[in-house]
Design a protein around this ligand. Structure first.
Ligand code: ADP
Ligand code: MG
Length: 399
C-alpha cells in the first residue's frame, strides 16, 4: 500500500524517502533515523485544560517527519523543508529562551527542556518535512516538538516514556517559545493509538485509549480548515483564563474541574454578580460533563450518538465561552443542516478548524453543502478532508 499524503495525509514511503533525501542534501550524509509525530483534532473537551479538566483529542494521519543524526561537537543544526531560508545553527549548551530563533525555537526548545531536566543530550542535526497544515489549529507546533523529542530520545538513549516526551515538548513551548499552552496537544501527538481517541485527565495526566474507529462504524470524521485566523487571540485567551481562575476562587475550589455538574446551578447562583464569569464557568463544567458523556457512548459502541454532544459543545463554546467566529459557526450550521450527525469547532477558536461527524455515504454531499454555504457567504473556500484516528509518535527508520 503506497498510502501517500495525496490520499489520507499520512506520510508513506515516498515521504520517508523525501525526508531522507532532503537530509542528505542539507547535511551531506544519511540520517541515523526518521521519526514521525502527528497533528491532532480535539474530539471533545475544549478549553477545559486550563481548569485541570478532561479532554479527548485524536491524532490525525498528517504528521511531521524528523530525519536526524547526533553530533559530537555540541552543535544543533535545524532545517525545515517548509520554511524558506537555510540551516539554523545553535550551540546545544548555550540555548536560552527568547533567542529569536523563529520556527527553530520549537525544536531548539525541546533540546533546552531536556537539558534543563538534567538529561544527557548533546548536539544533533535535524531536517523536517510535514503534512500537517501549519497554523490551522491542527497542532503542527506539537508535531514538530514531539518529532524532535522522539528523535533525541532515541539518538541519545534517554529511555523516555511518551508521557515524559509530551511534558518536555510542552515545557519547550511554554518556557522557550513562550506560548502558554496546556498539555493536550503534546500528549495527543506523543501517545495516541490508531482507531482511538485519547481520554486525558489534564490534572494528573492519567489517560485511556477510547475506541473511536469511525471507518469500521461506517462513519467519517471531516476536518474543515476555515483558513482564517482572527487576531484577537492572545488577549482573549488570557481573559478567559482569568475568568476561570476568578470563578474557581469565588467558588472556593482549586480549579473549575472541582465543580461537580450536579452542583452547577448552585455554583452559577453564587456568581450572579458577574455574568461573564458565570458563562465561562458554565462552559467548563458542562464541557467536562460532555467528555464523560462521549466516553460512555464510545465505550458502549454507540458512536453515532456522540453527534448531538459535539454540537452542544459548539453551542457552549459559541455562546458561553465566546471563542467561535462566523466561519466556524457557518461550518457547524451548514453541516448540520445538510444532515451531519454533529459538528463543532476544535482547538483554540477564532478561526482554525472544525470537525464534522457524518455517515460515510453523506460525506461528499455534506462537504459540498459546506462549500456552497461559504460561497453564498462570499467567504474564502475552506479546506475539507476526512481524517481517520491515527497513531501517535513513532520511529519510521533506523540505520
Ligand atoms: P498550530 O500548532 O495550530 O499549527 P502554531 O501557531 O501553534 O499553530 O504553530 C505553528 C508554528 O510552528 C509555525 O508558524 C512554525 O513556526 C512552526 N512549525 C510548525 N510546523 C513546522 C514545520 N514543518 N517546519 C517549520 N516550522 C514549523
Ligand atoms: Mg500549536
Amino acid at each position: 500500500d503506497s498510502g501517500g499524503a495525496a490520499t489520507d495525509g499520512a506520510p508513506g514511503p515516498a515521504e520517508v524517502s523525501a525526508v531522507v533525501a532532503g537530509f542528505d542534501e542539507v547535511y551531506g550524509a544519511e540520517p541515523a533515523g526518521v521519526w514521525a509525530a502527528p497533528g491532532r483534532v480535539n474530539l471533545i473537551g475544549e478549553h477545559t485544560d486550563i481548569s485541570e479538566g478532561l479532554v479527548m483529542p485524536l491524532a490525525l494521519p498528517h504528521a511531521t517527519l524528523a530525519a536526524a543524526s547526533p553530533r559530537e561537537d555540541g552543535v544543533l543544526r535545524l532545517h525545515s523543508a517548509d520554511v524558506p531560508g537555510g540551516v539554523v545553527e545553535l550551540r546545544s549548551d548555550a540555548l536560552a529562551p527568547e533567542s529569536g530563533a523563529g520556527w527553530a525555537a520549537y525544536p531548539a526548545g525541546v533540546l533546552w527542556a531536556m537539558r534543563e531536566a538534567g538529561l544527557a543530550v548533546g548536539g544533533a542535526e535535524l531536517h523536517f518535512t510535514s503534512t500537517v497544515p501549519t497554523g490551522a489549529g491542527l497542532s503542527s507546533s506539537a508535531a514538530l516538538e514531539v518529532a524532535t523529542a522522539s528523535a533525541l530520545n532515541e539518538l541519545y538513549g534517554l529511555g523516555l516514556t511518551t508521557e515524559r516526551i509530551a511534558q518536555l515538548a510542552q515545557r519547550a513551548e511554554n518556557g522557550f517559545v513562550g506560548v502558554p499552552c496546556g498539555i493536550m496537544d503534546q500528549m495527543a501527538s506523543a501517545c495516541c493509538t490508531a482507531g482511538h481517541a485519547l481520554y486525558l485527565d489534564t490534572r494528573d495526566l492519567t489517560h485511556r485509549h477510547v475506541p473511536f474507529d469511525v471507518a469500521a462504524q461506517g462513519l467519517r470524521l471531516l476536518v474543515v480548515d476555515t483558513r482564517v485566523k482572527h487576531e484577537l487571540g492572545d488577549g482573549a485567551y488570557a481573559n478567559r483564563r482569568a475568568a476561570c481562575e476568578r470563578g474557581a476562587r469565588a467558588l472556593g475550589v482549586r480549579a473549575l474541574r472541582d465543580v461537580p455538574y450536579a452542583l452547577l446551578n448552585a455554583a452559577l447562583d453564587k456568581l450572579a454578580d458577574n455574568p461573564a464569569v458565570q458563562r465561562r464557568v458554565r462552559h467548563v463544567v458542562t464541557e467536562n460533563r460532555r467528555v464523560e458523556e462521549v466516553i460512555a457512548l464510545l465505550d458502549a459502541g454507540d458512536t453515532r450518538a456522540i453527534g448531538p454532544v459535539l454540537t452542544a459543545g459548539h453551542v457552549s463554546l459559541r455562546d458561553d465561552y465566546e471563542v467561535s467566529c462566523a466561519e466556524l459557526d457557518l461550518v457547524v450550521e451548514s453541516a448540520n443542516a445538510a444532515g451531519a450527525l454533529g459538528a463543532r469547532m476544535t482547538g483554540g477558536g477564532f478561526g482554525g478548524s472544525a470537525i464534522v461527524l457524518v455517515e460515510e455515504a453523506a460525506a461528499d454531499p455534506i462537504a459540498t453543502a459546506i462549500n456552497e454555504a461559504f460561497a453564498m457567504a462570499h467567504a474564502r473556500p475552506p479546506r475539507i478532508f476526512p481524517a481517520l484516528p491515527a497513531a501517535g509518535s513513532r520511529r519510521l527508520l533506523l540505520r
